[in-house]
Write a protein that binds this ligand. Structure first.
Ligand code: ATP
Ligand code: MG
Length: 439
């Protein structure tokens, strides 16, 4: 027997609702619904869609994300291209690739740029609910913009998306923000931090002791309960920020306050990548356990220069689509079912051309119609066809039979609210009738 093939651990199929799923991941209808909402909302803000490759040179992420980040240290899918020996990596995040592309195409030559993309990302983590090895992100970037207005725009755009999807900010998702200041301010803070943690070296775990020299800021990110007291008492970066950094932060907060968006300043919010400066933010929920960050981002004014471009400021965010849809499911918010408007039942022996012509007229009128299709054993009994019609979620069945067709008619049967009511209609009037279902 052939070996059973299955998906790679931590990588999921996103399936249509009619396929029974063992993994309780959102179905593909929610996925499309999300993407439509994203197109809509980001279009309102003038962001342009772009796509970059899933595979990039490993060096891009090492240089872009930082040598001692979790991602680069232990989460990247890196491999050697056996054809030519190139070191390649499946992208763990989208920002570095977008910045690479924008530099390569000199995209900022004509001024700043607002762009977004959606797609799979890859990280070798321990799979659990809301954490996968292939997952999907919406990624939004504004390149070449320096002002706090665009930082606020990022946050407000996410809020607009929540609203579009039925999530209530402050209740279902909460905003946390912080400022990471500028490199020199971070250095002064870092020195104070190292001093602090050295004084408490006995309570640090192995990971943190290793980070003490390489990346002490990441110790603040530790989820080890035994270290929480020492982490809590550590010097706060905000106390090391100069006037300019503070003014930038205040300006972002000023916009959020003005539009009545509530947030918490979380001085421990540091984010996983090295490239951030000034504003960082996360949208969090407590519905998803330790996978509580649905969306995170911030400013990264140094990255474009660091990757070889003409230095330019930038700000962006990444949103975890699986987590967001899991949250929406957990909250029981209304979502589309993906059901067609109409299911067409075809009595065995009915001539097909007039059936198909009628269904095409419906579709041309904007109505979604599933035509019952013949399997290896033919169309099947009326009873089995009606079972399928029911399972499809359609509100109406159209029943095509030889007699009706000969009279230029079709039977319309209500499958849901009408409770089995049926009536005959002239084929000529069906498209007009069906169009009224849409309103
Ligand atoms: P976490 O702290 O949960 O590991 P992160 O800081 O590593 O998240 P980012 O790199 O900021 O995450 O990515 C942006 C978003 O992508 C996250 O807020 C989250 O919603 C989602 N995300 C990150 N890693 C995963 C993953 N392994 N599986 C599913 N979603 C993920
Ligand atoms: Mg992570």
């Amino acid at each position: 027997m052939a070996e059973k093939l299955s998906a790679v651990k931590g990588m999921n199929d996103i399936l249509p609702p009619s396929v029974p799923r063992t993994e309780k991941l959102p179905d593909s209808v929610l996925w499309q619904w999300f993407e439509t909402a994203v197109c809509d909302v980001l279009g309102r803000y003038g962001y342009q869609y772009l796509l970059t490759p899933i595979v990039e040179p490993t060096a891009l992420f090492v240089r872009g994300l930082g040598e001692v980040t979790d991602i680069v240290e232990k989460e990247m899918y890196s491999f050697t291209d056996s054809m030519n020996g190139d070191r390649l990596t499946l992208r763990p995040e989208a920002t570095a690739g977008i910045v690479r592309a924008m530099i390569e195409h000199n995209a900022l030559y004509n001024g700043p740029l607002r762009v977004w993309t959606v797609g799979p990302m890859f990280r070798h983590e321990r799979p659990q609910k809301g954490r996968y090895r292939q997952f999907h992100q919406l990624d939004v970037e504004a390149l070449g913009y320096a002002g706090p207005d665009v930082d606020a725009e990022m946050i407000l755009m996410a809020r607009a998306l929540w609203r579009e999807l039925g999530l209530v900010e402050g209740q279902h998702v909460r905003l946390e923000i912080n400022s990471l200041g500028q490199p020199d301010e971070r250095r002064a803070h870092r020195d104070a931090l190292v001093k602090h943690f050295e004084q408490h070296a006995d309570v640090l775990d192995e990971d943190s002791r290793r980070r003490l020299q390489s990346n002490p800021l990441r110790i603040l990110d530790s989820k080890n309960p035994a270290m929480q007291a020492v982490v809590e008492a550590a010097p706060k970066l905000i106390d090391f920020l100069g006037a300019e950094s503070l003014a930038h932060f205040d300006a972002v907060r000023g916009v959020l306050d003005a539009v009545g968006l509530e947030y918490r300043v979380n001085p421990r919010l540091v984010r996983g990548m090295d490239y951030y400066n000034l504003t960082v933010f996360e949208w969090v929920t407590d519905q998803l356990g330790s996978q509580g960050t649905v969306c995170g981002g911030g400013r990264y004014d140094g990255l474009i220069g660091q990757l070889g471009g003409k230095p330019a400021p930038a700000v962006g965010f990444g949103l975890g689509i699986e987590r967001l849809l899991l949250l929406i499911q957990a909250l029981g918010l209304p979502v589309p079912s993906g059901a067609p408007d109409v299911y067409a039942v075809v009595m065995p022996g009915t001539p097909l051309p007039p059936v198909v012509a009628a269904l095409e007229a419906l579709r041309a009128a904007g109505v979604s119609v599933v035509q019952h299709g013949a399997g290896p054993d033919g169309l099947g009994s009326l009873k089995s066809q009606f079972k399928k019609a029911d399972a499809s979620g359609a509100r109406h069945a159209l029943v095509f039979g030889g007699d009706e067709l000969a009279a230029g008619e079709v039977t319309v049967k209500a499958l849901r609210d009408g409770g089995g009511q049926q009536e005959r209609r002239s084929l000529a009037s069906v498209a007009a009738w069906a169009a009224t279902l849409k309103s």
